[in-house]
Design a protein around this ligand. Structure first.
Ligand code: PAF
Length: 285
C-alpha cells in the first residue's frame, strides 16, 4: 500500500491506473478511522479494481479552530487498518498542498438549494461549503468511478448527490448503511471521547429512534418528533440539539407520512456531540 502526500504524485498514479483500464473506488475520510470507515473501504475493495482512501482533516469545514486542532490525527494507526482492509493507496496531503491562502479565507460558492439551511447546516454554518469544496477537489484529483459515503452523515450524503448532479461528475455515489456497535450506538470517531457511563446513556439515542418506528403508525411526524426529543431529554446527561423528520431528498420537514422520510438527530452527551438517523416507512398516501 502506498501513502502519497503530493498532488503531482497522485496524478501520476491515477494516470497509470486509468491507462491500464483499472476502476477506482474512493473513500474520502478525515482519518481517526473506525469500523464504519472499514465497512466503506471493504465495499470499495470488493466493487472496484483499486481502492483509494483520502485522509485529510479539512480545515474549511470546521466552525471553530479549537475543534480543528483537537481533531484526532494518527496516520500510522489509520494506515494499518486500511492495509488490512485491502486499500491500495492513501492520499494524505497537508492543507498547503490542497488550498491556496485565498481559498481558506473566502466561502466556497455552491447552490445548495436550501439543503444547507436545516439541521447540521443550521447549527454549523459554513460547514457544508467546506465539505463540497474539499470533496469536489478530491473528486477532480482522484477521478473515481465510485465514491462511498456513510448514511450516518445523511445530510452530507444528500448534498454530495446534489453536488455530483450540479457539477456533472461522472461518479456513482454509493450510500452505505450506518454501522452500529452491538449496543446500537452508531459508530463514530467521537465515541472514543465518551466515558463508560456516557456510552451507556448514548445507547438510548438509537434505542429511542428505533422505538419511534413503532409509533409512526399512530402519530403524525410533528408529534413523533416531540416524543423522540422528550424521551431522549429524559435521560440525565443527554440533551437534544435538534430532531427533525424530513424528506430524504429535499431535507425539508414533513407533515405527513406520504413521502420517503428520515429522522435526523444531534444530541449532546456531556460535551460530545453525536448524530444519528432513522428511516421511516411510507405508510399512507
Ligand atoms: O465525512 C467526512 O469525514 C468528511 O466530511 C469528508 C467527506 C471526508 C470531507 O472532508
Amino acid at each position: 500500500m502506498k501513502i502519497i502526500k503530493l498532488k503531482q504524485d497522485l496524478k501520476s498514479e491515477i494516470e497509470s491506473l486509468k491507462s491500464s483500464g483499472k476502476t477506482i473506488g474512493f473513500v474520502p475520510t478525515m482519518g481517526a478511522l473506525h469500523k464504519g470507515h472499514k465497512s466503506l473501504v471493504k465495499r470499495a475493495v470488493e466493487e472496484n479494481d483499486v481502492c483509494i482512501v483520502s485522509i485529510f482533516v479539512n480545515p474549511t469545514q470546521f466552525n471553530n479552530t479549537s475543534d480543528l486542532e483537537k481533531y484526532p490525527r494518527n496516520l500510522d494507526q489509520d494506515a494499518g487498518l486500511l492495509e488490512k482492509a485491502g486499500c491500495k493507496l492513501i492520499f494524505a496531503p497537508e492543507p498547503g498542498e490542497i488550498y491556496e491562502t485565498d481559498e481558506l479565507n473566502a466561502p466556497f460558492e455552491f447552490d445548495f438549494g436550501g439543503l444547507d439551511k436545516v439541521m447540521e447546516g443550521k447549527f454549523r454554518p459554513g460547514h457544508f461549503n467546506g465539505v463540497v469544496q474539499i470533496v469536489s477537489k478530491l473528486f477532480k484529483l482522484v477521478q473515481p468511478d465510485k465514491a462511498y459515503f456513510g448514511e450516518k452523515d445523511f445530510q452530507q450524503l444528500a448534498i454530495i448527490h446534489r453536488m455530483v448532479n450540479l457539477m456533472n461528475f461522472d461518479i456513482e455515489i454509493i450510500d452505505c448503511p450506518i454501522v452500529r456497535e452491538p449496543s446500537g450506538l452508531a459508530m463514530s470517531s467521537r465515541n472514543e471521547r465518551l466515558t463508560p457511563e456516557q456510552r451507556k446513556k448514548a445507547v438510548e439515542i438509537s434505542k429511542v429512534l428505533s422505538e419511534s418506528r413503532n409509533f409512526a403508525a399512530q402519530l403524525p411526524p410533528r408529534e413523533l418528533t416531540k416524543w423522540v426529543i422528550d424521551m431522549i431529554n429524559l435521560v440525565p446527561g443527554l440533551e437534544v440539539e435538534y430532531y427533525d423528520i424530513v424528506n430524504t431528498t429535499t431535507l425539508q420537514t414533513v407533515n405527513s407520512w406520504t413521502e420517503p422520510t428520515v429522522g435526523c438527530i444531534a444530541v449532546y452527551c456531556g460535551d460530545v456531540r453525536l448524530i444519528d438517523n432513522i428511516k421511516y416507512k411510507i405508510m399512507d398516501n
